[in-house]
Design a protein around this ligand. Structure first.
Ligand SMILES: *Cc1c(COP(=O)(O)O)cnc(C)c1O
Length: 411
């Protein structure tokens, strides 16, 4: 990828004063949100704050009209601080404690992730709200997957079959189920598969409505929208997908004028608009191998080191042979070398190096045997696609080094 003039200048300037840092591009983030909104006019987007809960980013996206997909009470509170209406904050996560339920109910739309949780919602409403019934959604573990006609065991959501059983048995007197949430996979790059998935979610929603005897207020279709992490990966065709989804949604809305269709998005808007910037601390040769030692890699931006570890051991159980390892998201997002950029001129002399970090562990490796422009001590190295699952995933306390800071280039 090519850095824009604007980003390159900002990195050059900021790298003079900072050792290791994240740089987020606010305008780029706004543009990606706009890209989604303009291609899916009848869909409401909500931002999955767990991918990057930086308040400046959350505020930028809220100001674009996005609601919040909260993975914890803390993210509900963050949304609340950003003045997001509770109807636009969807709290969906497994294992909510009673404290989480109590703290979130008034500021978010709670989504039950298991039958036990639905029971706890029910008890909470009965004992603590003074209401006879309160609204809540349920997360469903559907009997389908991406390109698959059957369901799989999951810690997320209530199995589809169980959903129909509990509705039939009407076990929860104090909960009015007003919405559903379905999310089964992240980082999908096939627009066809996304479309088929959305169609199946809408079809499932109608069956749930039939069993409930009322229409849903919202159908949260989850995320899935992926991004290319490597130069040889094609981006998902958002224009085509938006058009196809638009037709299905128009149809659906005819019989469901009051139902909101929601799509969650985290990495799609933020990931390509974040850069991790660090410096060369040392270089050395050992047994004929050239090492470039960077500052704060595994403990500043974990993903490249994890990717290498996962791939090194990918012949162990769990590898599906198609470049994905089920269940490793967002720690591991797919095969292929991560992109590594420098500020060197295009015609610089290159060399083959192993790029490592300055931690006292052999696992701190960014890339092995890659071709890079010849780097000297103090040179800048940039890892793109660091906007999502970057700072939040990285073990910055490890080895007590100075933490990378997070900077934003304002729009
Ligand atoms: C993490 C997560 C997301 C965000 O996924 P992205 O790939 O970053 O868009 C959305 N929904 C749920 C339920 C999640 O757990």
């Amino acid at each position: 990828m090519e850095l824009s003039e604007n980003i390159r200048n900002a990195i050059e300037r900021l790298a003079e004063e900072n050792d290791s840092f994240y740089l987020y591009d606010e305008q780029g983030i706004i543009d990606r949100a706009e890209l989604l909104k303009s291609n899916f006019p009848d869909v409401d987007f909500i931002y999955s704050a767990k991918c990057n809960p930086d308040g400046r980013i959350v505020r930028a996206l809220v100001s674009q009209g996005l609601g919040i997909d909260a993975a914890s009470v803390q993210e509900c509170l963050l949304a609340n601080e950003c003045k997001v209406d509770r109807d636009d904050v969807f709290y969906s996560a497994p294992g909510k404690t009673e404290k989480n339920i109590r703290e979130s109910f008034r500021i978010a739309t709670p989504i039950a992730d298991s039958i036990g949780e639905l029971e706890r919602f029910n008890q909470y409403v009965e004992k603590h709200t003074g209401l006879y019934k309160a609204f809540a959604g349920i997360r469903i573990n559907p009997d389908f997957g991406f390109g698959a006609d059957s369901g799989v065991p999951s810690k997320f959501g209530i199995d589809e079959e169980e959903v129909f059983r509990i509705i039939r048995e009407r076990s929860f007197d104090h909960i009015y189920i007003n919405g559903i949430h379905v999310h089964v996979k992240s980082q999908v790059l096939s627009a066809e598969l996304m479309l088929e998935y959305y169609e199946r979610v809408l079809e499932l929603a109608e069956r749930v409505e039939n069993e409930l005897g009322h229409q849903l207020k919202y159908i949260n279709m989850g995320s899935g929208l992926g991004i290319p992490y490597t130069t040889d990966t094609a981006p998902i065709d958002i224009e085509w997908l938006g058009k196809q989804v638009g037709e299905r949604v128009a149809n659906f809305k005819e019989s469901h004028p009051d139902t909101r269709l929601i799509i969650e998005t985290g990495r799609f808007v933020v990931c390509p608009n974040g850069y991790y910037v660090t410096h060369v601390a040392d270089r050395k040769t050992s047994h004929g191998k050239t090492y470039i030692i960077l500052q704060n890699t595994l403990n500043g931006f974990l993903r490249p080191s994890i990717a290498r570890l996962v791939e090194k051991y990918a012949n162990l159980s769990g590898w599906d042979g198609r470049g994905t390892l089920a269940g490793t998201e967002p720690l591991y997002s797919g095969s292929g070398a991560p992109e590594i950029l420098t500020l060197a001129e295009d015609n610089s002399e290159c060399e083959t190096v192993t790029l490592v970090g300055n931690l006292c562990t052999g696992a701190d490796v960014v890339a092995e045997g890659i071709e890079l422009p010849k780097l000297s001590i103090g040179d800048v190295v940039i890892l793109p696609n660091a906007g999502a699952y970057g700072a939040v995933l990285s073990p910055m306390q490890f080895a007590s080094m100075e933490r990378p800071i997070e900077l934003i280039l304002n729009a």
